[in-house]
Ligand binder design. Structure first.
Ligand SMILES: [Zn+2]
Length: 104
């Protein structure tokens, strides 16, 4: 989605090769010369935000990924770890509630 306040295309000096390249002012834009991401830090931040948006249940808790193609035994253990992570999240929520109840 282009920024309406920005010109359709602009140039930016590539931080990797130092040459000027066209870009659409998007964090995923790559240099025309060396193919590197022009704003790697912004791209990483966006990716992180995307991951959090994909897992609203975890509420900031980083759940491990379970790949459907994985070995069933590996998946089994990952489900156990994930269950532990969710239980820990619930425990923390309970502690917050308890602290709030005691303080109030
Ligand atoms: Zn470059």
């Amino acid at each position: 989605m282009p920024d309406p306040n920005a010109p359709f295309s602009a140039t930016k000096k590539c931080p990797h090769c130092g040459r000027w390249t066209e870009w659409q002012q998007q964090p995923t834009d790559r240099c025309q010369h060396c193919g590197q991401v022009l704003e790697p830090r912004r791209a990483a931040a966006d990716e992180h935000r995307q991951q959090q948006a994909d897992a609203p249940l975890s509420e900031g808790l980083l759940l491990i990924e379970i790949n459907p193609d994985e070995n069933p035994i590996v998946k089994f253990f990952k489900y156990i770890i994930r269950g532990g992570q969710l239980a820990f999240g619930a425990f923390m929520a309970f502690m917050m509630w308890l602290l709030a109840a005691v303080a109030g």
